[in-house]
Design a protein around this ligand. Structure first.
Ligand code: JHZ
Length: 417
């Protein structure tokens, strides 16, 4: 692991200021098996900095990407129906607005199990997925989504271009934050994209992260936490123009960016930049009380869960999400507080959460065991999860969400979805 806190991942500036330290934690998506449970589990420090030069919040540590993503990566996008719907709508809109057809090419970086590209395939539009995770890419290929199981780099972009595979649309959702070679990756997007092509990129928005105290979305896979200000600087450095932008609710609050070679900047971009300047998101002061608010969440969540345990209540958790791993490990939620975790992803069931080793089962376990409370670790999908678990609620089960403040949801709220 390398510690790049000395210089910014984007602009190479050296004025990095400490925002938060989450201590030493196990890797968020490294689920354990019965075999690996007894082996020593490596932990890595997790420290967040703000770059005063380009305004990018980032972590210092770089765990080798091969360790994080290649072998046994358990995240399969297709287990979240809301994400599938979100992706379907995104694809349908791009097909219309970019007039895509059989002569077009859509390339997705971090295409996972083909959850998004399959929408283009259904319309007969040629696609290429690129993703380093072997399990998800195998599924994509089985489902007819042509996929290269590798990391995307500038070199690969030039190779594809050399083969005549320039892209009309490059999609990169929830991957810009994950790449260690940020500038190489963005140059690669520029190299792959046709002159009049569009790159459509989704990233979690740092404003939502800080405002709603979504500290659990900080883990070693997420190297960067973007503001529009920081993104503008990044794209401009590689002669790409951030032409349009949308704010989305997915993943606790995200930005969808429309980027191209041609400059055609929408007023939405300028007004969001102005907003960031007014709110001082481009300055360290904005991030200064974050650490204190995170500590408060830790204390109040521990108080809430320990209080319930003292009353003899049983508690489970929903969603073996990567963010769930940060939450339980940073807050210190072990088997003394939570009996088990449930998750629909069959690749996670039968395994154990990193660090605290809570066992993961299928969601049916919730109604079978009827714990009194269920902590929603995948709080970004809370509405959908509560809707699916209407039977648990009907039988008297109660949900808890950890952020922006730990709280028990009343049954009326829960059944209303
Ligand atoms: P989810 C992921 O993070 C992966 P995670 C990644 N690190 C990333 O960047 C962010 O998204 C943006 C399950 N589930 O998506 C599925 C149910 O069981 O919030 C998942 O295991 N039932 C690349 O892992 C987990 O919850 C359901 O009904 O923090 C959700 O994980 C639903 C909706 C989900 O993100």
């Amino acid at each position: 692991m390398s510690d790049s806190a000395a210089i910014c991942r984007s602009c190479a500036g050296s004025d990095l200021r400490l925002v938060l330290s989450l201590g030493k934690v196990a890797l968020a998506d490294r689920l354990l098996t019965d075999q690996t449970l007894s082996e020593p589990e490596p932990t890595y420090s997790l420290t967040v900095y703000f770059c005063s030069d380009c305004g990018l919040m980032q972590i210092a540590e770089t765990v080798p990407p091969e360790v994080l993503f290649c072998n046994d990566y358990p995240y399969y996008s297709s287990f979240s129906p809301a994400l599938l719907e979100h992706s379907h709508q995104n694809a349908e809109e791009l097909i219309r607005t970019c007039s895509l057809g059989p002569d077009s090419l859509v390339v997705e970086l971090a295409s996972n199990d083909g959850y998004l590209l399959k929408n283009f395939v259904e319309h007969g539009i040629p696609v290429l997925g690129i993703d380093p995770a072997d399990g998800p890419t195998r599924i994509a290929q089985e489902n007819g989504v042509e996929t290269l199981c590798t990391f995307f780099t500038e070199e690969l972009a030039h190779r594809l271009r050399g083969e005549g595979r320039a892209a009309d649309v490059v999609i990169a959702n929830n991957v810009l934050a994950h790449v260690a070679g940020l500038n190489d990756f963005v140059r690669g997007i520029g190299a792959l994209l046709k002159k009049n092509g569009t790159a459509v990129i989704e990233v979690p928005y740092v404003k939502d992260l800080v405002d709603n105290c979504e500290f659990d979305t900080i883990y070693h896979e997420h190297l960067c936490y973007f503001s529009v200000t920081a993104l503008m600087a990044l794209f401009a450095r590689h002669s790409l123009s951030l032409n349009d932008i949308r704010q989305l609710t997915i993943h606790g609050g995200s930005l969808r960016l429309y980027v191209g070679h041609e400059v055609d900047v929408s007023p939405r971009v300028t007004s969001l930049i102005e907003e960031e300047v007014t709110e001082k998101i481009d300055q360290f002061a904005y991030y200064q009380d974050f650490s204190g608010r995170v500590t408060k969440i830790r204390e109040s969540l521990l108080d809430l869960l320990s209080g319930l345990k003292r009353e003899g209540k049983r508690i489970a958790a929903y969603g073996a999400a990567a963010k769930g791993a940060t939450l339980i490990n940073y807050v210190g939620i072990g088997k003394e507080l939570i009996d088990f975790v449930v998750d629909r992803n069959i690749h996670k069931q039968g395994r154990y959460m990193p660090g605290k080793h809570l066992p993961i089962f299928a969601p049916e376990r919730l109604v079978d065991e009827m714990p009194d409370y269920c902590l929603i670790l995948a709080w970004n999908f809370a509405d959908e999860i509560m809707e699916q678990q209407a039977e648990y609620v009907r039988r008297g089960g109660k949900f808890i969400v950890p952020v922006p403040q730990p709280r028990v949801l009343h049954n009326e709220t829960a059944s209303a979805g």
